[in-house]
Structures are given as C-alpha cells and as structure tokens.
Design a protein around this ligand. Structure first.
Ligand SMILES: [Cu+2]
Length: 133
C-alpha cells in the first residue's frame, strides 16, 4: 500500500511538471508577440493629413511623432510644395517636391524631435511649422 502511495505521489509530481511545462510553452508565444509589437517603429500606423487651400497650409502648425507619415493634398489650382526651409534645421529635412493641383504626396517626418519650419518653395510666403515630439 505504501509503495502504491509513493507511485501515486510520483505520478502526481510528473503530471504537475508536464502541466507546468505546457503552461510555460503556451505563454511563450504570447510573451514574444508582446515584444514584437513594442519594437514597431514609432509613428507607424499613424499619419498626419495636411491640406493646401488658397495658398495656405491647413493646419500650418502641427505636431507629429518621429518618422510619422505626413500626407499633403493640394486643393489649389496651381502647383505647390511642402519643403523644409533651407537652414532651418541641421537635424533633418523633408520635401514633397511639386504637388500638382488635386494631387496627394506623402513624406516621413524627421526622426529627431524639434521644430522644423517649412514653406512652399514656389510661393515662399506660404509658411508653416512641423514639430516632432
Ligand atoms: Cu505654392
């Protein structure tokens, strides 16, 4: 009877070990997927929409995350650009190039936090400020 009891205890221990291993295995993938989502670059999955209307950037002052996509749509009948002002910053630059009437162009914000002045390289009186948080 004692021997059967010891065998039962041993069997329970084995079952407990196998069960614990199964739990550890099951929680493994969940833990690694959490790690993967935290390594997604900042700004990914989000974007900032900017319009150009009546020779004005709307909004003309906005904040984005480092590397966030900025989508610029030109609603005017003439070509515009959204271009980092030359010399405004040594940390990064951006330029949509020419945006034809009705067209949409996107670019990625600089990765270094700071304030970046921009204008339309065709109409320098069109100005704005991009802030990377
Ligand atoms: Cu312009």
């Amino acid at each position: 009877v004692r021997r059967a009891g010891r065998l039962l205890v041993a069997a329970v221990i084995v079952v407990a070990i196998v069960f614990a291993a199964a739990i550890a295995t099951a929680s493994g993938p969940a833990a690694s997927s959490t790690t993967a989502s935290s390594t997604v670059p900042m700004g990914s999955g989000t974007s900032m929409a900017v319009s150009i209307e009546n020779f004005t950037f709307v909004p003309d002052d906005f904040s984005v995350s480092p590397g966030e996509e900025v989508i610029v749509t030109n609603h005017d009948g003439v070509t515009h650009t959204l271009t980092a002002t030359p010399g405004a910053s040594l940390r990064g630059t951006f330029n949509t190039g020419n945006i034809a009437p009705g067209a949409t162009v996107s670019f990625l914000a600089p990765s270094d936090p700071g304030t970046y002045a921009f204008d339309c390289s065709i109409h320098n009186f069109m100005t704005g400020m991009l802030i990377v948080r």
